[in-house]
Design a protein around this ligand. Sequence first.
Ligand code: SF4
Ligand code: SF4
Ligand SMILES: [Zn+2]
Length: 184
Amino acid sequence: MADRHAGESARQAGRMDRRALVRAAGSAVAGLAVGARGDTGSVAAESALLAPPCGLYCGSCDDFVHGICHGCGCSCGHCNGEPQARACAIRECSDERGVEHCGRCAEFPCTKLIAFCNDPIWFSHGVAIENLRRRTRIGTPAWLAEQAEYWSDPERLRRMLFLLAECKEREARASQSAPAHPNQ
Ligand code: SF4
Ligand code: SF4
Ligand SMILES: [Zn+2]
């Protein structure tokens, strides 16, 4: 997620007030309510965008909250979703293996995923493997509903946006001497 929007998003996150956070969380949940119906086991397209193969939840990402991205792999042509997914080694690997997400892969958790989860810059990735375990256990629709409910708390979201702003600043500093890693 290190990109040219890094500095801009960090500033936006810093400026975001509590009311804006509540609105953002509310619209994220509204978007999910349509698709994440555990009874049918199906996940509507807009909800599936928030459940990428790596185990992150895109609904808690600052790019999503600020409308810069509609979720991993979104092909609307007007957001970060598709370019980011195209450059992602985890996405490429799960596509090649034909698994919905890494939790359903025979290699889970592979070295690549462990490294992603323990990235020294992107602390926000730390939940990925445990998210995948939970998602595998309860299924993607139920997991999405659980995540939407969890992140509807504006204080939780505010703390995540704070963390992401810090991660982006660290990535910007680290990238001054080397190109960004394709997973981010
Ligand atoms: S790390 Fe890869 S799979 Fe995960 S959200 Fe980012 S682009 Fe999508
Ligand atoms: S090998 Fe690793 S990165 Fe690839 S799909 Fe399996 S768990 Fe995911
Ligand atoms: Zn989009």
